[in-house]
Write a protein that binds this ligand. Structure first.
Ligand SMILES: NC(=O)c1ccc[n+]([C@@H]2O[C@H](COP(=O)([O-])OP(=O)(O)OC[C@H]3O[C@@H](n4cnc5c(N)ncnc54)[C@H](O)[C@@H]3O)[C@@H](O)[C@H]2O)c1
Length: 256
């Protein structure tokens, strides 16, 4: 029970139904409840999110779903208020919501640029800002921000996404410095190419699949569980002396 008595809020976590393809949020929610946490799933896909929370409850978990568009400060306030009302504390925030729109820079619209920056960078900022008071009241907490390998090395296909993921990487370190003394830890994860609802269509195209496998020394794409295991470690007290770090989980892609 690595997360006993802890309460976690996860964004972008609507896809969490056993037997269906899960994202990092859904897979992490499953590991979190297995390890004793109460979970608040959030997303903008409300119907799927409600079904996921109900399925977790059927397995005996403490789980609720709330609508949370991570670009809306009002939604953040409501979701954190609901979490405190339901469970009385908030120990873990997994900032995970994401969107990806491949494009050449000359064809990239201002709207798409703004959306990528809003969902990833502003989302991580608003989430961190909103949970800090609740975590402080509980004596500390762990915030895990989802960057990417594309926040470390350049991406040939996703300029706005890479800019946003790079922003998350350094926002994480600044947040870590500001709240280290209050035992609120902030770390980033950097997944490589993994099959999830966000990527399965694109990554299963044989031509794309071949390129990605070629770039991945371990010879397979990642799974949501590969990433969730790292998220669980950063969420738990096993990483108690880690803050401002980058956890790369990429089958060796950025080692070369
Ligand atoms: N799959 C990969 O290969 C990969 C690699 C590196 C990083 N990532 C990142 O991991 C995170 C999770 O993605 P995933 O691959 O598990 O896919 P996913 O589709 O399961 O998760 C993304 C979720 O974010 C939600 N979302 C989109 N806009 C939102 C908004 N404004 N507010 C709230 N929720 C919103 C979507 O509805 C979706 O459920 C994303 O940040 C993604 O960029 C993914």
């Amino acid at each position: 029970m690595r997360l006993e008595n802890k309460v976690a809020l996860l964004t972008g976590a609507a896809a969490a139904i056993d037997g269906e393809l899960m994202g990092f949020g859904g897979a992490s929610a499953h590991l979190f409840v297995r390890e004793g946490a109460k979970v608040v799933l959030t997303d903008i896909r409300d119907e799927l999110g409600e079904r996921s929370a109900a399925a977790l409850r059927e397995r005996g978990a403490d789980a609720i779903y709330r609508h949370l568009d991570v670009t809306s400060e009002a939604d953040w306030k409501q979701a954190v208020e609901d979490t405190m009302e339901a469970y009385g504390r908030l120990d873990i925030l997994f900032n995970n919501a994401g969107v990806a729109f491949p494009s050449k820079i000359e064809n990239l619209s201002e709207e798409t640029w703004d959306l990528e920056l809003a969902v990833h960078a502003k989302g991580a900022f608003l989430g961190t800002k909103t949970v800090i008071p609740a975590m402080r009241r509980g004596g500390g907490g762990s915030i895990i921000n989802t960057s990417s390998i594309m926040g470390i090395v350049g991406s040939p296909t996703t300029p706005a996404y890479s800019a946003a993921k790079g922003a998350i990487r350094l926002f994480t370190k600044t947040a870590a410095l500001q709240y280290a003394a209050e035992n609120i830890r902030v770390n980033s994860i950097h997944p490589g190419y993994a099959t999830t609802p966000l990527t399965s269509e694109r990554f299963s195209d044989p031509a794309v699949n071949e390129v990605l496998l070629d770039k991945t020394p371990m010879g397979r794409l990642g799974t949501a569980e590969d990433i969730a295991n790292g998220v669980l470690f950063l969420a738990s007290d096993e990483s108690a002396w880690m803050t401002g770090t980058e956890l790369v989980i990429d089958g060796g892609m950025t080692a070369q």
